[in-house]
Design a protein around this ligand. Structure first.
Ligand code: G6P
Ligand code: MG
Length: 214
């Protein structure tokens, strides 16, 4: 049986990819090269420093670690400025309704995100009170596809991995769920998320009864 759901944040509950994109693009332009929306696809689910490394590779730029740390800080300051204006209208379709339905059925809800800005986003969108456990980038040391973020979530909930279902929009996140011994639902296209137990275009219209059939 399923007693807990663990949610990725960016791309599953909120659309923050666009804010990451404009902040990374601003940095790339400052460094003298362009960064497209297609390039941005490569950064989904990827940690901040790993994202910067991919961006620099695209621009053909090599920099020392200290400069890279400063650039990651700069990008993050812009990103924080953009997400500071977020509100509940930016919750993705169906996400809040599904989480509310889970709570009504007594199913526990946890966050499993790589972002160090997760609390700001959850607070601005009013989602914080729905979570029984919150694991974000400030609490983890290993990035997805390492299962750490979800393993910690299940532990904090006091739930066995076999009773957990992970919701993810990134391939690395689906792999992390599998490695944690959990079932998964991919949010996006089955081309990239084919390893998930179920793939949905979004959470819109998804029900607890369908979840329990997994
Ligand atoms: C999520 C997003 C990534 C982002 C990462 C770190 O996984 O999908 O695009 O790079 O979080 O986010 P942060 O807010 O800590 O820079
Ligand atoms: Mg994501």
């Amino acid at each position: 049986s399923i007693t807990a759901c663990l949610f990725d944040l960016d791309g599953v509950l909120v659309d923050t990819a666009k804010y990451h994109y404009i902040a990374w693009k601003r940095l790339a332009n400052e460094l003298g090269f362009d960064f497209t929306e297609q390039d941005n696809e490569r950064l989904k689910g990827v940690s901040r420093m790993a994202s910067l490394n991919i961006l620099l590779e695209i621009g053909g730029v090599t920099l020392d670690e200290i400069t890279k740390m400063a650039l990651a800080e700069k990008k993050n300051a812009w990103y924080v400025e953009y997400i500071s204006n977020m509100d509940k209208s930016e919750i993705l379709p169906g996400a809040l309704e599904f989480i509310q339905a889970l709570k009504e059925r007594g199913i526990k809800v946890a966050l499993g995100s790589a972002s160090k800005n997760a609390m700001l986003i959850l607070n601005n969108t009013g989602l914080t009170p729905y979570f029984d456990a919150i694991i974000d980038g400030t609490k983890t040391s290993q990035a997805k596809p390492d299962p750490e973020v979800f393993t910690l979530g299940a532990r904090e909930l006091g739930t066995e991995p076999e009773a957990c279902v992970v919701f993810e929009d990134a391939e690395a996140g689906i792999e992390a769920a599998t490695r944690a011994g959990m079932r998964s639902v991919g949010i996006g296209s089955s081309e990239t998320l084919g390893q998930a137990n179920l793939v949905l275009p979004s959470l819109e219209g998804f029900t607890v009864d369908r979840l329990l059939e997994l």
